[in-house]
Ligand binder design. Structure first.
Ligand SMILES: C[S@@+](CC[C@H](N)C(=O)[O-])C[C@H]1O[C@@H](n2cnc3c(N)ncnc32)[C@H](O)[C@@H]1O
Length: 317
C-alpha cells in the first residue's frame, strides 16, 4: 500500500477533482492511488491463453478474471514485486498493460480482417492488441508524430512478435486527407493532460499540468478526431480516447466535433460491461454538451482501472 500526501498536487487540480467526482468516486480515486491497478495481457499463442493463467497460478499469483477480456488478468494490491520478477513478464509474453488501455481496443469492436488505423500509436501497446484482434488479417497502419517514438513502436512490435503493421511518421491531422474513407476501425488515442496518470509520489506526472495546458491541447485533439472521421469508411467506427478526467478534452471535444461535423457521424453506446464507470457528463462549468455525449464512458479510477475516457463514433455515410 502506498502512502502519500495528496496536498502536494496542484490546488487547482484538486479543486477540479472535487467538482468532477462525487464523494464516493473521490474515495475510489484515492483508493486507486494507494493500490495502483495492476494487470497483464497474454501475448503468446492465441489458442493457448490457459498457459498464461496456469503459469501465474503456478508462481503463486492470484490472477483475477476480466469479464470483458479473456486474455488479460488483474491482480490484488501488493502483487507488483512478485509479478515483475517472473521471466514471462520480463519477456513480455505476459505484457503489463492497464485495463483502461485494453478496454479502449475492446470497445472498438474489431473483427478479423478489418482494416484499422491507429492515429496516435506510440509506444504501440494498443497497436499490438489491435493486430491480435484483427486475427493478423487486414491492413493496420500505426501513425505517430514523433520519429523517436515511431522507433519505439517498431521495437515493441518486434519484441512482441507482431508483424504486418505499417508504421507511418507524421501528423495524424493529415490522414483524413491522404487516407479518406479507407478504414473499418480507427483509434484516436490523443495526446492529453494525462490526469489519469497523476500520482503524488511522482512529481513528473503533474509538473506539466495546468488549466492553460488543458486548454492548449483541445484544438489538436479536435483536429485529430476530425481527421479520423474523414479516414473512416461509411459504417466505420472511430474510438476517441484520453487518459484524462478533464471535460474540456473529453466531452468538450466530442461536443464540438459533432456540432460542426462535415463528415456524417453519430455517437454510439460502448457495450463493454465496465464497472466503476459512468456516462459522459452533460455539462461542465456552465457549458452544456450535446445530449448524446452521455453515450461516452468515463472510467473512474479504482483498484483495477486508471481514469480514462472513451467515445465511440460511427461514420454513417
Ligand atoms: C496517448 S499517446 C498514445 C499511446 C498509444 N496509443 C499506446 O497505447 O501505446 C499519444 C501519442 O500521440 C502522439 N502525437 C502527438 N501529436 C500527434 C499528432 N499530431 N499526430 C500523431 N500523433 C501525435 C504523441 O507523440 C504520443 O506518442
Amino acid at each position: 500500500m502506498n502512502t502519500f500526501d495528496l496536498n502536494c498536487l496542484p490546488p487547482a487540480f484538486l479543486q477540479r477533482v472535487d467538482e468532477l467526482l462525487s464523494i464516493d468516486e473521490r474515495a475510489q480515486w484515492e483508493a486507486s492511488l494507494r493500490s495502483r491497478p495492476l494487470s497483464v495481457r497474454w501475448t503468446g499463442p492465441s489458442d493457448d491463453v490457459s498457459s498464461g493463467h496456469d503459469y501465474l497460478v503456478e508462481h503463486g499469483l492470484s490472477p483475477q478474471i476480466v469479464p470483458w477480456c479473456s486474455d488479460a488478468w488483474s491482480f490484488a494490491t501488493g502483487s507488483h514485486a512478485s509479478l515483475t520478477a517472473l521471466p514471462w513478464v520480463d519477456q513480455q509474453t505476459l505484457f503489463m498493460q492497464s485495463l483502461s488501455s485494453i478496454a479502449a481496443v475492446e470497445a472498438m469492436g474489431i473483427e478479423p480482417g478489418h482494416d484499422v488505423l491507429d492515429v496516435c500509436a506510440a509506444p504501440g501497446a494498443k497497436t499490438s492488441l489491435i493486430r491480435r484482434r484483427q486475427g493478423d488479417r487486414g491492413i493496420l497502419i500505426a501513425n505517430e508524430l514523433s520519429r523517436a517514438r515511431s522507433r519505439r513502436i517498431h521495437a515493441l512490435l518486434k519484441r512482441l512478435g507482431v508483424g504486418n503493421v505499417e508504421v507511418l511518421t507524421g501528423p495524424g491531422e493529415q490522414l483524413g486527407r491522404t487516407h479518406e474513407r479507407c478504414f473499418d476501425r480507427i483509434l484516436v488515442d490523443v495526446p492529453c493532460s494525462g490526469e489519469g496518470r497523476i500520482h503524488p509520489s511522482n512529481p513528473a506526472s503533474w509538473s506539466q499540468w495546468s488549466e492553460s495546458a488543458i486548454r492548449g491541447l483541445v484544438r489538436r485533439q479536435e483536429a485529430l478526431l476530425e481527421s479520423a472521421c474523414r479516414a473512416a469508411r461509411p459504417g466505420g467506427v472511430i474510438l476517441y480516447a484520453t487518459c484524462t478526467m478533464a471535460p474540456e478534452e473529453n466531452e468538450g471535444v466530442i461536443d464540438r466535433v459533432l456540432r460542426r461535423a462535415r463528415t456524417p457521424i453519430e455517437l454510439m453506446d460502448i457495450e463493454l460491461p465496465l464497472v466503476e464507470s459512468r456516462p459522459g457528463m452533460a455539462e461542465w462549468r456552465g457549458t452544456t454538451f450535446v445530449k448524446d455525449v452521455g453515450r461516452a464512458v468515463r472510467i473512474i479510477g479504482s483498484d483495477t482501472m486508471t481514469p480514462f475516457f472513451m467515445a465511440r463514433i460511427q461514420r454513417v455515410d
